[in-house]
Design a protein around this ligand. Structure first.
Ligand SMILES: *Cc1c(COP(=O)(O)O)cnc(C)c1O
Length: 372
């Protein structure tokens, strides 16, 4: 039996329809602007987010990098969350490539930064000692807070602060569609306050490769130049974009609507996990979890939790039984639901958790469901 792979939603493989669309895609040299399938994807993404234009990039990391190159001049500074992907997980691209610094602010348990702290993080541009604040970045969903979705109201509030100071807001929306589905809002509603948004096709939307950046036509032109500089000008990229077009279809023909199933599966997994002794809360970002896991905190496709004892040994014991987890920062374990993981897999995963706990914690009932 294949392992149940809950390490990430990046492990998803393309659907049969995606593979067909890729095989049959009409292509051209996209560096010459000749690939109709790439054009169609970029237009579709822009339309879905209510923006003027889109740019297909190789990854979310490249997306965030071209965005920073397009928004920031050398020596400028971005305000971003201390636990955000652009700060932690992009190999300091802002410093190495963009020539910008980051002013990192603490996030709260719900993944937001305190608006007053954002306000006071702006530098004084009239003081020659200081860097010049040039961008605010928020992450939606916010991974380290258990994949919390940031609301339209919060996005608008942060955009308001950025715009009062004459600078843009970027939304790192690697899992933007998880946020929109969880909040029950449309793409344009959630994206409206932002000047640019990046979202990944290669995570919960199950495409093999790629992300899309959206914004104004003029901004996308600068991002396109930046992509070229990074070596990201791709030729017959319509083969890849074709999968994205399948993912972004309306309704049940596409991959957005079904994210609700991943959220329901994650909630179910958390509910069952919470009933097992030896499973602890992930805590919030700032605080280790010492209470029980609270399933109500699971609103998208991430379940973060801790175990009593050695988490690596725990993860290894799960892996030996066919359940793969990710070792997340802050001493947490992460289980992510996604396309290809159904309710039966969740049930099997819970049985594996139960048997590993029984082995490592004598006294734990090895069988019989404890879930009410
Ligand atoms: C995954 C991720 C990215 C980067 O995407 P890659 O395609 O892996 O480069 C950026 N931001 C967030 C929040 C992510 O989760």
């Amino acid at each position: 039996m294949d392992p149940i792979d809950l390490r990430s939603d990046t492990v998803t493989k393309p659907t049969p329809e995606m593979r067909r669309a890729m095989a049959e895609a009409e292509v051209g040299d996209d560096v010459f602007g000749d690939d109709p399938t790439v054009h169609a994807l970029e237009e579709r993404a822009a339309e879905l987010l209510g923006k003027e234009a889109g740019l297909f990039v190789t990854s979310g990391t490249m997306g965030n990098l071209v965005v920073q190159m397009a928004h920031l001049a050398r020596g400028e500074e971005a305000i971003a969350g201390y636990q955000s992907h652009v700060v932690l997980d992009e190999a300091a691209g802002h410093a190495v490539v963009v020539g910008a610094s980051v002013r990192a602010l603490r996030e709260r348990a719900d993944g937001t930064m305190d608006p007053d702290e954002i306000r006071s993080a702006f530098r004084d541009a009239s003081d020659p000692h200081q860097p010049i604040t040039g961008l605010v970045v928020i992450e939606n969903t916010h991974a380290h807070s258990m994949g919390r979705p940031l609301s339209v109201a919060y996005t608008a509030e942060v955009a308001g602060i950025a715009h009062e100071n004459g600078i843009p807001l970027h939304v790192d929306g690697a899992r933007f569609w998880n946020a929109a589905v969880a909040l029950g809002v449309s793409g344009p509603e959630l994206a409206a306050p932002a000047d640019s948004v990046t979202f990944c096709l290669s995570k919960g939307l199950a495409c093999p490769v790629g992300s899309v950046v959206v914004g104004t036509r003029e901004f996308i032109w600068r991002a396109r130049r930046a992509r070229k500089l990074l070596g990201g000008g791709m030729r017959q990229a319509g083969i890849l974009a074709a999968a994205g077009l399948v993912a972004l279809r309306d309704g049940s023909a596409g991959m957005i609507e079904r994210l609700a199933d991943d959220h329901a599966n994650a909630r179910r997994l958390a509910t069952d996990l919470a009933s097992l002794s030896g499973i602890r809360s992930a805590g919030d970002i700032a605080q280790p979890g010492d209470g029980p896991l609270d399933p109500a905190r699971v609103v998208t496709n991430f379940v973060l939790f801790r175990v009593e004892g050695d988490r690596r040994a725990f993860a290894d014991a799960c892996a030996a039984r066919g359940l793969l987890l990710d070792l997340f920062p802050h001493g947490q374990l992460r289980a992510v639901t996604h396309y290809g993981i159904g309710m039966a897999d969740v049930e099997r995963a819970v049985a594996i958790f139960r048997s590993v706990l029984a082995e490592t914690r004598p006294g734990q009932p090895a069988s019989s469901a404890t879930r009410p």
